[in-house]
Design a protein around this ligand. Sequence first.
Ligand code: TXA
Ligand code: MG
Length: 308
Amino acid sequence: MTASNTRVLPFSDESIAEAARLILAGEPVAVPTETVYGLAADATNAEAVARIYAAKGRPSFNPLIVHVSDIAAAEGLAELNADARGLAERYWPGPLTLVLPKRDDAPLPSIVTAGLPTVAIRVPGHPTMQGLLRASGRPLAAPSANASGTISATRAEHVLKSLGGRIPFVIDAGPTEVGLESTIVAADGDQLRLLRPGPIDLGLSLATGEKVQAPGMLERHYAPAKPLRLDATEALSQEYLIGFGPVRGDASLSTTGDLVEAAARLFDLLHQADASDAQAIAVAPIPAEGLGLAIRDRLRRAAHRETA
Ligand code: TXA
Ligand code: MG
């Protein structure tokens, strides 16, 4: 089974080895989990994560779930309080995602969490995703493996129909067992909060203002505290200019005008500009195409001073 440049192989030691090779080369690959097929990339590599967005054609950034092989690996990335540990021990591996405070020394670029201080982590139960985690030795960021605005893929054929020609490789392990995305619970404060209902019912109800109904709908995104001006070709006084392409600025998203590089650097540079001595932030024009759409969407929201 192939669709213009996308290879599909059944789950085997060979297909896992090939997928791991692509992951380490910074490419996204589609693999089944017990819930839905995921589009996985090396969570420690910002440009690899940016390529997930490029492949999905998602016109906005959303924090991604980081998949790890076990609780010990989760502890290398995030802080688990007693509640979180209890849930992890009971439900992992399985269709439960925990939103946890990110460790300061976690090797996760800011594009993974869309600039947030928390990180969503899951230990999947599926042998294919587990095999890829072990073979690559990397935490894997993975949203559902479907084009933006389409339904999640529960079969390799769905992935191919949606992303064929846009990703190099799919591992086919048949239909997923659960068919519904994981339950998401935040354990980043005193109380557990349900962010997305799913296969595991913990008896929690969706808190008001926490309706993460659909991807991209997350209400609490990172936003800089300073006013932000778009499509700036030079800095006004007291402005920190984030450059792109020919617009140099105080720091550049990409001096060569590469949108993958720009997406990978976006949240870091927003944080840097926010922490600078300047009173306001300006950003050079970003083309409204491909990943540029997601970058522009994020900047537009930041410019509207949404509440953090
Ligand atoms: O079953 C699943 O969870 C699948 C498989 C592939 O693991 N993945 C999945 O990912 O559904 P995605 O990207 O489609 O959904 C991730 C959800 C988004 O709604 C996102 O807003 C939320 O997780 N999320 C991720 N990080 C978060 C954070 N730090 N705080 C709050 N919500 C977060
Ligand atoms: Mg999704």
